[in-house]
Structure formats: structure tokens, C-alpha cells
Design a protein around this ligand. Structure first.
Ligand SMILES: [Zn+2]
Length: 149
């Protein structure tokens, strides 16, 4: 966690967001990174996502089972989703999402949005062309040589 916080501090000095993360496997740091949203013009470049990408490249896998992530702030919903998709087994965090809200980051707002029914969310979300889209799922289901994840 101290390395995640160190990366967050370094990020602030470099012009990135105040967030850092580290992924550990078998007691060793596999990868560490910080937020680079403004540096890379990439709204998905949160510390956790950047660190997951690095760890997956280093370990040459999309499955981080057996890994633990240390993040300087409670993950936002996007990063929490990425952590679940990567099958990371345990999460430690420093600041809470309320702490992030107090310095004007939207983590807590997005969590609140997720609890609202679709028709009450800030960003309109509507179903469209489901019948056509479902054909792709049938293709996937019928494919015998796919890499499942
Ligand atoms: Zn995030």
C-alpha cells in the first residue's frame, strides 16, 4: 500500500490524478502504475486499470487469479469491474470513495447512479436492435474453438 501511495504522490507531481495502484502475486510486486487520464487523454486510464494492463502484459495472461491489488483509493465502479473481470482475488484501498468525492472526483456519484433504475440515471440508456445483436451471441455460443474468459 505504501508503494501505491508513493505512486499516487509521484503522479500528482507529474500532472496526473492523485491515485496509484500495485498488483502483488506470491508476495512480489508484479506491476504498479498511477492515474494518467490527463497525461494520456484517456478517461479510462485510472491507476487500477493501468496496473491491470501492465500486470497482464507482464504475466502474459488476461486472468490475474491469485493476485491482490493495493490501490491508494477505493476503486471506482469502472475499476472495480476491471478487477472482477481480471479475477483479482483481494482488494486493499487507502482513501475511501467519500474522500475522493471531497476532492471533487465522481466515484461516489457513479456508485449512486448504479443504484438507480435505468430511467432515472443521468446518462440516458435505451435498448436498441436486440434481435440483431443477439445473432452475435448465437455465433459465439455455436463457436467451438473460442477462448472463454
Ligand atoms: Zn477507477
Amino acid at each position: 500500500m505504501r508503494e501505491a501511495i508513493r505512486l499516487a504522490n509521484e503522479s500528482v507531481e507529474r500532472g496526473g490524478g492523485p491515485f496509484g495502484a500495485v498488483i502483488v502475486k506470491d508476495g512480489e510486486i508484479v506491476a504498479g502504475s498511477s492515474n494518467s487520464v490527463t497525461i494520456d487523454n484517456d478517461p479510462t486510464a485510472h491507476a487500477e486499470v493501468n496496473t491491470i494492463r501492465k500486470a497482464c502484459q507482464k504475466l502474459r495472461t488476461f486472468d490475474l487469479s491469485g493476485c491482490t491489488i493495493y490501490t491508494s483509493c477505493e476503486p471506482c465502479p469502472m475499476c472495480l469491474g476491471a478487477i472482477y473481470w481480471a479475477r483479482i482475488g483481494k482488494i486493499f484501498y487507502g482513501n475511501t470513495r467519500k474522500d475522493a468525492r471531497d476532492i471533487d472526483f465522481a466515484d461516489d456519484f457513479i456508485y449512486e447512479e448504479l443504484e438507480l433504475p435505468l430511467e432515472k440515471r443521468t446518462v440516458p440508456i435505451k435498448p436498441l436492435l436486440r434481435d440483431e445483436a443477439l445473432k452475435t451471441f448465437r455465433l459465439w455460443t455455436e463457436k467451438t474453438d473460442k477462448i472463454e474468459y
